[in-house]
Design a protein. Sequence first.
Length: 271
Amino acid sequence: MKNIFDAHFLKEMQSATANMYRLGWDERNGGNISYLLKEEEVADYLYLEHVIRTIPTGFEAPELAGRIFIVTGTGKYFKNVKTDPETNLGIIRIGKDGSTAELLWGWEDGGKFTSELPAHLMSHIARLSVNPENRIIMHCHPDYTLAMTQVHDIDEKSFTRTLWGQMTESIVVFPDGVGVLPWMVCGNNEIGRATAEKMKDYRIVVWTLHGIYGAGKTMDETFGLIETVEKAAKQFILTSRFEKKNIITDENLVSLAEAFNIDFKREFLDL
């Protein structure tokens, strides 16, 4: 049996959480990540028949029964994951009934998964229905994206179009656009269901005055997706007071999409 502390998925969680905290995206115990793992990669590090304890999830997800995730813990600070992963992270398997989590490793202080695990599971289900290779759901509170939700219309067309227009890379990185939800109470299944519904069409969902939910096939892809949205939002906030002398036009965006051979939400442009 290999040492769990050498596992690539554990190192990825440590690196991602450290970077997100460093960037100010996950203050205090804000933010959470769930990472869908393959059984064979976990079996190299853990005895899968050994269940430490079983925890109700508060949500029925029969579609994910038997699937294994590494998840950040409730009340845990991202800044502590790198030095104390066994307390701040847990590896769980969704039980056969779809409504319990079998703890296979972690949360050594008696803790459990993030309170937003149901929302994560709902989003995993939604994204897997669109892309079976999806493995990451990442939630954080990036400064400029939150600021943008305070001063910008929050319909998806105008929000996406503004982000696309801030820098050349935007439409290349998120051609599917950005889903946006109005302000909602967090940590419950209602916002989880609303997010999952958006996740059928978008890999990024912005929670007004709260944060971002991002999805992807890898940790790097998901982190980079959120990073690019946040960079575009920063450009908007930094320049919104000034007269724009140079802009990216709708025609420019079409040229970019053609040059990179990408599908994009053409209905978000006024052509």
